[in-house]
Design a protein around this ligand. Structure first.
Ligand code: B12
Length: 400
């Protein structure tokens, strides 16, 4: 069989030896040949690769390639399942080596690992579990699709030193935020790390380390344990499935809200300050322009005219008022207003102003835009119709 594993496409394969092994491993996966796959792992170990490097540089890229072939319909779901099963079996082989290395437990610190509710990708999580267990941590591996309530109860009972959450597919970001909220609330000392390809940018930049490979996880856990307590970031409050004011059961928890709001106010004022800074910087540009009209400065305006049944308009207005404000941090964002017609309550116009068309387009393609769009209640969304989308072409500001 000719190999379908093109070296240039193996993203994680950093050297030719690892790439060649990844290609052989991928061929074994394609052939459904578990024994050959294990032989590749043995060969990798024999030539001096560490077990975590075999996981990250041989198995992971081969599975990424399996995903690409699956996406292109070159292989079916059954082939992918077989490849996953063979990779899991090979991980067991590597775990034998990882655990043999462990002379005595280096640390009995407890590390909980779970894939968030709705998340089924756990091969990476398993790699993380095996490496940490090999390094002497007391690992509680919960696997895929752990319901938020159950995770919360488990965290409360076990009080892990570190919790690692996997978020592999951009499904319900609210579940990830709810899981993070639960951990902060029930075990404030627990340090949190994230993993998986779908962790939203708003959380990646909020102080939780994002672990890209199993080769770095021991260092990350050590750093977390040596570092300060993690504060719950504003992004978690904003992304929660029921918003910042209620629990997942819809009951109002006054203490939690007071704490969340106190925190949110701090963060919000930082966002507000940044916003004012940007508007002022923009105005400065306008003033400089007045002094030197030939200098050129521009404004790009996007207007979405929405229509909704007048009786549902208050809900839409409330949703805009509680918007996540992720756009406000985007490069080139100037401001956003929502207008309601005084003649027809169901006519709402969303107006956002940007430095230029490029910054608006970049934001529309960003994860932040997906996240903030994804927060609109589907029930409300289906009652909103977009009447008109107007992009006022770039204008020069010539006077203020
Ligand atoms: C195997 C597989 C599955 C299996 C998973 C089985 C299992 N037990 O894990 C099954 C069949 C369940 C599956 C389902 C789906 N999948 Co899938 N899947 C894959 C595939 C081929 C391999 C995943 C994998 O194991 N990768 C290798 C591991 C090692 O990499 P990793 O997960 O990134 O993990 C590393 C790091 O991210 C990190 N890490 C990961 N997790 C964690 C957790 C913590 C705590 C830490 C610290 C670190 C960490 O460490 C790892 C070590 O290197 C990928 C292809 C790909 N590009 O990955 C598609 C892929 C991820 N799947 C995809 C899709 C679309 C789906 C489905 C929606 C398909 C469907 N229509 O049902 C569902 C969604 C299921 C769900 N709700 O979660 C797409 C996602 C596209 C996108 N835009 O996001 C991919 C990219 C395939 C593709 N090319 O289209 N999938």
């Amino acid at each position: 069989m000719t190999s379908q594993f093109d070296l240039t496409q193996l993203r994680h394969a950093t050297d030719a030896r690892a790439a060649a092994l990844a290609r052989r491993f991928g061929d074994a996966l394609r052939a459904g040949d578990g024994a050959s796959a294990e032989r590749v792992a043995d060969d990798a170990l024999a030539c001096g690769m560490a077990p975590e490097a075999v996981q990250s540089l041989v198995i992971a890229p081969a599975m990424v390639r399996i995903g690409e072939l699956w996406e292109q319909r070159a292989i079916g779901v059954a082939d992918e399942h077989l490849a996953t099963a063979i990779s899991q079996r090979t991980l067991l082989r590597l775990f034998e080596v990882l655990s043999a290395k462990r002379v005595r437990p280096r640390s009995r610190q407890r590390v909980l690992l779970a894939a968030v509710e709705g998340q089924q990708h756990v091969l990476g999580l398993r790699m993380i579990a095996d490496v940490l267990e090999g390094a002497g941590f007391d690992v509680l591996y919960l696997g895929q699709d752990v319901p938020v309530d159950s995770l919360r109860e488990f965290v409360l009972r076990h009080q892990p030193a570190v919790a690692g959450l996997a978020f592999g597919i951009a499904a319900d970001v609210g579940c990830l935020a709810d899981a993070l909220w639960s951990i902060h609330e029930t075990a404030p000392q627990t340090r949190i790390m994230l993993g998986g390809r779908a962790v939203p940018a708003a959380l990646r930049t909020s102080g939780y380390p994002l672990v890209a490979t199993s080769m770095e996880v021991v260092d990350v856990v050590d750093a977390l344990l040596a570092g300060p307590d993690q504060q719950r970031p504003l992004a978690v409050d904003l992304l929660r499935s029921d918003g910042p004011r209620s629990t997942s059961h819809g009951e109002v928890q006054t203490d939690a809200i007071a704490a969340a709001l106190a925190h949110a106010v701090d963060d919000t004022s930082a966002i507000a300050r940044e916003h004012i800074r940007r508007v002022e910087a923009y105005r400065e540009g306008g003033r400089a322009l007045a002094a030197d009209p030939g200098r050129g400065s521009a404004m790009y305006v996007s207007m979405s005219r929405l229509a909704i049944a007048p009786q549902r308009a208050p809900e839409l207005v409330a949703a805009f008022r509680a918007r996540s404000r992720l756009a406000d941090q985007a490069d080139g964002f100037v401001d956003l207003q929502v207008w309601q017609s005084d003649r027809d309550a169901g006519e709402i116009v969303m107006v956002s102003r940007w430095r230029d068309r490029e910054s608006f387009k970049a934001y529309m393609k960003s994860d932040e835009h997906k996240v903030s769009h994804g927060r609109i209640d589907p029930d409300l969304k289906q009652d909103i119709s977009l009447r008109r989308l107007e992009h006022l072409h770039t204008y020069d500001v010539v006077s203020e």
